[in-house]
Ligand binder design. Structure first.
Ligand SMILES: Cc1ncc(COP(=O)(O)O)c(C=O)c1O
Length: 391
């Protein structure tokens, strides 16, 4: 491999949420952080160099989206997904969670119903709730070790909703939705006039044997009823740049959303927001391929480790990205005790599965975007704690 993903990059004392904020999150400093979704791998050199190059000009005044940014996005989604988009369909927004919040404010009113499919990325719950929209849950069903959609319930629940928040690929389950599944969701949403927000932040990280399908491309109707949010942030470990974008084909929806953002100047990019993303899309394919290969080997490693050493636990094998839903129900602990057990006994900091919805009770989400030695250390610590309660 050209890139060294085994390298340990010290992250403490860099105002890093994952390492420097553990006391606030876990109530102790004595913890190995395996939570929040950024990776412990170095941001690729070509991106860091692009930022350095910009800094050679020692004046950081107002800027606009760099001229290479839209062509780079167009080319990226065309190469990777066969998705043809044009410049006016792309717009900047500084982060996908803010972008979702703006979409909820733009297209729904207080009290309107918004559907999500738990267990799902926790800010979907919080943002919808904080904006006083009504959350409608269509829980995913765990069938043969993977999350599936019950389409009868899907239709029953979504028909009174204004908006459906789709996580594509899914976090924390790691499901890469198939084209037929997306088309079925689209068919139902179109029937009831439901706007689909497709959060595709994890799209570039489909693992071996899986292919990401942008919702907008799943069938003829999809383009007209959705907003797609994408970013290079997870893919290239640049989440701190707070740079993402939306793609909207439908002119009416696009106009409304653009106007909403424009009125509060929410569509303006800071000086490092778009140039590094253009560089990532222009030069990043080889790095991405190698990173995914490394992550896939981490997933294999963990799966085998659990089988060999902790048979009472299992995992939902992700089809995309580096997040794994660890199934600890077999330990037989009440959920609150389980969470405490991993913090106090194993000293490994993971996301509490229940934060994604009550269906995540008995699960923890662990981040495998790290050097193998760090993963091994975490698993060894979990095993030592496991052995104490499992003999
Ligand atoms: C599904 C999903 N959407 C959005 C985000 C966060 O996006 P941003 O940092 O751009 O707000 C994450 C981060 O983990 C995520 O997993």
């Amino acid at each position: 491999m050209k890139y060294n993903f085994d390298e340990i990059v010290p992250r403490k004392h860099t105002d890093c949420l994952k390492y420097d904020n553990v006391m606030e999150i876990f109530g102790t400093e004595e913890i190995l952080p395996m939570w929040i979704a950024d990776m412990d791998f170095k941001t690729p050199d070509f991106i860091v160099n692009a930022i350095r190059k910009r800094l050679d000009h020692e004046l950081l005044g107002y800027s606009y989206c760099c001229r290479r940014w839209k062509p780079a996005i167009r080319s990226w989604v065309s190469r990777r997904y066969g998705w043809e988009i044009n410049d006016e369909e792309i717009g900047f927004v500084g982060g996908i969670v803010p972008a979702i919040s703006f979409a909820l404010q733009c297209f729904t009113k207080v009290g309107d119903k918004v559907m999500i499919q738990p267990p799902v990325y926790h800010p979907y719950h919080h943002v919808t709730h904080d904006l006083e929209r009504t959350l409608v849950m269509n829980p995913l069903k765990l069938i043969d070790g993977q999350f599936e959609i019950d389409f009868v319930e899907f239709e029953e629940k979504v028909k009174d909703c204004k908006l459906f928040l789709l996580c594509n690929p899914h976090n924390p389950g790691g499901r890469v939705w198939k084209k037929e599944e997306l088309a079925r969701m689209c068919e139902i949403c179109a029937k009831y006039n439901v706007l689909v927000i497709s959060d595709e932040i994890h799209c570039d990280m489909a693992l071996k044997g899986y292919k990401h399908v942008p919702f907008a491309t799943c069938c003829d109707k999809a383009k007209d009823i959705c907003i797609t949010f994408m970013a290079a942030s997870k893919t290239f470990n640049i989440a701190g740049l707070k740079s993402s974008y939306h793609v909207i084909h439908n002119e009416n929806i696009r106009h409304q959303y653009h106007e909403f953002l424009r009125k509060s100047e929410l569509d303006t990019a800071h000086v490092f927001a778009t140039g590094p993303v253009a560089t990532a899309y222009e030069q990043g394919e080889e790095w991405l391929e190698q990173m995914l290969e490394y992550v896939e080997a981490n997933i294999d490693f963990m799966e085998q480790y659990l089988k060999d050493n902790m048979p009472k636990m299992g995992m939902i094998r992700p089809q995309a990205s580096y997040l794994v839903f660890l199934d600890a129900r077999g330990l037989g602990l009440p959920h609150d005790e389980l969470v405490e057990f991993f913090i106090r006994e194993a000293k490994v900091g993971m996301n509490d599965g229940a934060m994604f919805g009550e269906q995540g009770s008995g699960y923890m989400r662990i981040n495998l975007g790290c050097p193998r030695s760090v993963l091994e250390k975490a698993l060894n610590q979990i095993k030592a704690a496991y052995d104490k309660i499992s003999c």
